[in-house]
Design a protein around this ligand. Sequence first.
Ligand SMILES: [Zn+2]
Length: 192
Amino acid sequence: MDKEKNETQIIEEVSKHYKEILRLLGEDPEREGLIKTPMRAAKAMYDITSGYRQDPLKIASQAVFEHAGSQIVIVKDIEFYSMCEHHILPFFGKIAVGYLPKGKMIGLSKLARIVNSFAKRLQVQERLTSQVCSLLTDSLPNDGVIVMCEAGHLCMKMRGVEKQESTTVTFDYTGKFKEDISLRHEFLNLIR
Ligand SMILES: [Zn+2]
């Protein structure tokens, strides 16, 4: 099927559901300020979930370069925005990645695109962290990969418990980072 047409149809259909949701919540979707809202919301949601239509492995394979060093490479403060799969509310924060290269390194901008391709889906923070970690472990020659993710969840801040200052930290690591605690400490020191 023609991809663009398909996209338009999907957004159109999602917007109809948003209109119904507004009605069910007690709004008047026909009032002036809301006329275009279902369509806008549908387009926004389509973009927020664009990771479903991307292939992180493919992105990674286009971004691997020669690199002679073997010392730890760190990229930190990779910003991301995602949606919690339990409440369909945003969680967002920063990801730091470290790896021990083995003849290759990965391009910086591609790293951000890889993070985005996993973040722009319905997610849980733990899975986002380990998906980034295993993708890099599998697509880049390395002796170990470590990923730390720090995020605030609007489902915690806005509703119920209202733990407004809380952040959640998740970790995953492979290879030498698993065997050697001092390497994990080195990573943590370097990203602080
Ligand atoms: Zn949630």
